[in-house]
Ligand binder design. Sequence first.
Ligand code: AMP
Ligand code: MG
Length: 719
Amino acid sequence: MSRAGALGGFDAVAVVDWSARSRPSPEAPTADAIWIGWAEDEAVATAYRRTRAAAMADLAARLTAARAAGRRVLVGFDFPFGAPAGLAPRLTGQADALALWDWLAQEVRDGDDNANNRFDVAARINAACPGVGPFWGVPRGRSVAGVPARGSEREGHGLPERRRVEASVPRAHPVWKLYTTGSVGSQTLLGLPWLAALRRRFGADLTVWPFQAPEGGIVLAEVWPSLLSREVAAAAEPSVVRDRVQVEVLAAALARADAEGTLADLFAAAEGPDLAEEGWILGVGAEDVLRRAARAEAPPPLAPPPLRDDCFALPAGVDWTPVDEALALLRARLHPVVGTERLAVADADGRCLAGAVTAPRANPPAANSAVDGYGFAHAATGEGPQTLPLALGRAAAGAPLGAPLPPGQAVRILTGAVLPEGVDTVVLEEDCRTDGSRVAFRGPVRPGANTRRAGEDVDAGAEILAPGHRLRPPDLALLSAVGIAEVAVRARLRVGILSTGDELVPVGATTDPARTYDANRPMLLALAARWGHAPVDLGHVGDDRAALAARLDRARETADVVLTSGGASAGDEDHVSALLREAGAMQAWRIALKPGRPLALGLWRGMAVFGLPGNPVAALVCALIFARPALSRLAGGTWTAPQGFAVPAGFEKRKKPGRREYLRARIDADGRAEPFASEGSGRISGLSWAEGLVELPDGAVHVRPGDPVRFLPYAGFDV
Ligand code: AMP
Ligand code: MG
């Protein structure tokens, strides 16, 4: 999906790891070659190319195909796009890196076999500068007139040693160095002419950042994979060439940053007076953004945006809103109101993930044995009795054999041990006999028997947990197994609980039978805690609008959302609804639901308030059905629907159409749903007696004993 004109909006991201070799790279993949990582449609593919000519032909073909399909591509190359300020004007008369590109394209010869004249070109550049240098470094035993062998031999060339961007990345090698580690100079001299050719080929459809706005169908940018060295190390498998991992990790990170909308932050981080001449490394100045994208972490929401004033608006003209419609509205309109923090996995139980989590390493990371037994190459076995000589040593979990197993031999291997080279199959020790130097068992054995493939459980790079997932103990095991020690999670949602009503008194405060003990507050506080939130006790206020307003004002300091109980209807003493209505942000929710009178949902100066009914039975049902999923959304969690299942009814009941009904119920000894003896909404004992709710549908029903009914256990509501 292209967002034309936006800074970002790429359909693919390529990252090229360049090479300045003078001969083709070996056929078998090595580090000293060109690697292309290509991230598209949430997958990353890599290509290994042995020469610059082959790599650029491949890349040009891919870019042509992408553009023909209308797809935009960001291409990163890991060599400097410019030289330290002063070189371009000296050679071209213009303080413009792109002029330097064209100058180099004229001078550099680079053959299909990587043979090239870069030392001659460096000598020519040095000759154009005063003194000795700036380019230096030649292969041992070779001498190039005008190019000193050592950097310390240079003097008076008048150019800075480093580009401005390199002040932030001191580990990067300077552009002037032509030989040995880094050989950045050679990479640059041999890279820029190829980029100049790409510019000629794609014309105005290709732009080069930061010299041009990154708006073309193809955008080239300088990258430096070492910005992600830690993320690369975490993703690296010993058997995979590091350069390959680098291009994969960086391409995926840039693609992810784009998808998250943070790529623009990377582009925006380039700064300083010499950009047009020196260029900039994409990601420098915004390393955190890049690293978070590489770890597939959600960016910390700045301050979460406020809820919209009309977020609780119900469709006009509907008298009684069906439960499912009311839930769909809440689901669509509520969004997280809490920020994020990083927590050690061990401390993250119950928290909601701030973003998707991908596995930095596979599980298992290497092929290993599923049993204690003897391992060998399956090819060495056949049908009938088998006897193999036993190799010395053994492979145990954490203590590999350390050497390849010679063909035709077997080796002692224990559960969890990495399969030694030469072992692909294991026989259970109970199926073997051994005299210490040989092992005997009966064939045929299934190839690969009793082994676990690397990554058979989780592939490296696979998304293992989705954003908003609330972590449970098994998730902590999964995160740890794939090498994650810290996760980005949502801060706990602070849920204020406030009771209202003149009749309420603290438990035991009086024996006056006209007064009511506050039963809702402890229940709602405990529910909030069970749902993973931070409960905040806001106490009790009488039926007094000013006192209620003052209490809600204060609550904005300590809570993110408030659940009130009582006073939510439209009567004389229903001050919660009256106050929210006065504030202009209140909706009386007449839900077609029993038990439950109107709910008052509203915003108090931007803070969501759920006005629950005062009656404890109705308060609980409304809390379970409405407040629980709504709070989960506000907390950055997923929408939660209670788990229920069909059970035979242990009762008979006729119900008229027009509203959904919840009965307090248990499962009896015969596995049938048994409702509480009285449906009276004042019967608090029934709440406690029950083990869940029977849900009767909105329409008319006549339930007879044995008919299936839907039972929602309290446990399904985390109660
Ligand atoms: P209201 O919604 O304010 O009209 O209250 C409905 C009924 O619930 C009344 O009988 C109240 O006394 C009762 N009630 C309200 N709040 C509580 C509470 N926190 N604990 C126990 N009962 C309550
Ligand atoms: Mg009341």
